[in-house]
Design a protein around this ligand. Structure first.
Ligand code: 5GP
Ligand code: ZN
Length: 152
């Protein structure tokens, strides 16, 4: 949820989609995660995978979230394969604040032909604005080690 949403008492759109209270069709849902098509796809396939519980962004995560992140990632790979895409050639990742637009954690699962060169850059892992699972795990491990060091 953004600060504007909070001021205007607007509920989080991805919480609403994940709990099924909007017309958005869910591609997948269990008790921890949900998947749905992006409203403005960057490529032939563009799915968003979200935790059901509101987690703000990669910045508010800890190493305790790694099993949830791995589950989201695995579901992304399964959905790409179901749609005939090679996961190795696809772009799974998270926009890092302030380069995101929705403050409910979401994994972009982008496969197939990209719609523009700008979109290619926007969803290119290894950039400061787009992290893949491995980069995020490394960042969370580093954060935990720093916090443990600070407690010594
Ligand atoms: P971000 O910019 O935060 O990384 O990605 C947010 C994504 O959510 C964007 O790709 C945008 O198109 C998508 N999006 C925003 N609002 C909605 C919505 O109401 N429904 C769906 N299905 N996607 C949305
Ligand atoms: Zn939410």
């Amino acid at each position: 949820m953004t600060i504007i949403d909070r001021i205007l008492c607007r509920p989080c759109i991805f919480c609403a989609i994940a709990d099924g209270s909007t017309p958005t069709t869910l591609i997948y849902k269990d008790d921890e995660i949900a998947a749905f098509n992006d409203i403005n796809p960057a490529a032939e396939t563009h799915i968003l995978i979200v935790p059901i519980d509101h987690v703000k962004s990669v910045k508010t995560m800890t190493t305790d979230h790694i099993p949830l992140l791995e589950k989201m990632h695995q579901k992304g790979i399964d959905l790409l394969k179901e749609r005939g895409h090679d996961p190795e050639q696809s772009r799974l990742g998270f926009h890092v604040p302030p380069f995101n637009t929705v403050d409910h954690l979401h994994l972009h699962v982008v496969g197939g032909v990209m719609k523009s060169n700008f979109r290619k850059l926007k969803y290119e892992t290894g950039r400061m604005w787009y992290m893949d699972l491995t980069q995020l795990q490394t960042t969370l491990d580093k954060k935990r080690r720093l916090q443990e060091g600070a407690r010594l």
